[in-house]
Design a protein around this ligand. Structure first.
Ligand SMILES: Cc1cc2nc3c(=O)[nH]c(=O)nc-3n(C[C@H](O)[C@H](O)[C@H](O)COP(=O)(O)O)c2cc1C
Length: 155
């Protein structure tokens, strides 16, 4: 895998992101082979059941590759607030597959535009509800995980 990627890197002078990474170890290998960044993805979980949820592995991937690498979360984005959760967990951005396809099925091109509008509106409203006016202010402090809820209820 690393040799193939190094070959691609040698031929492609532009940004090179690798999609399908699901572990911190693979993320480091991909970056060592010369990629500019990573798309944390299980390709929508459509082939192999029981792959990890991308949101769950994202924090460890970000920690492994450091702040400079581009890290994009892919999979499971159904609501604008899912994008906020992705950014709070270490992503620079998020990608959606089925969310816009549902819009396409419902209303063609106009349906895709509407799906994107809805995601954007939910995202902006989500930011307002947590008291933020810009994406760059989203941080890990805005996450409430099951373990932090547990900790809060016990201490
Ligand atoms: C109908 C369909 C076809 C897809 N084909 C490909 C593909 O050929 N290659 C690929 O890397 N991912 C493919 N994907 C996965 C998407 O690129 C994306 O990773 C996934 O849909 C993200 O998850 P989400 O649907 O939960 O947003 C496909 C997804 C769907 C729904």
């Amino acid at each position: 895998m690393q040799q193939d990627l190094a070959g691609l890197r040698a031929k492609w002078p532009h940004k090179l992101l690798v999609k399908g990474v699901l572990s911190a170890r693979d993320a480091v290998r991909v970056m060592d082979a010369g990629a500019d960044g990573i798309i944390v993805s299980n390709h929508g979980g459509r082939q192999l059941d029981r792959t990890p949820a991308t949101l769950d592995v994202l924090p460890s991937v970000r920690e492994a590759v450091g702040p400079e690498a581009t890290v994009i979360l892919d999979g499971g984005i159904r609501h604008g607030q899912d994008v906020i959760a992705a950014i709070a967990s270490g992503a620079d951005a998020a990608m959606a597959g089925r969310a816009y396809l549902y819009g396409l099925m419902a209303g063609g091109e106009r349906g895709v535009e509407r799906a994107i509008e809805i995601l954007r509106m939910e995202y902006q409203r989500g930011l307002q509800l947590i008291g933020l006016d810009t994406t760059s202010k989203i941080s890990r402090d805005h996450l409430q995980t099951a373990s932090s809820t547990f900790a809060a209820s016990h201490y």
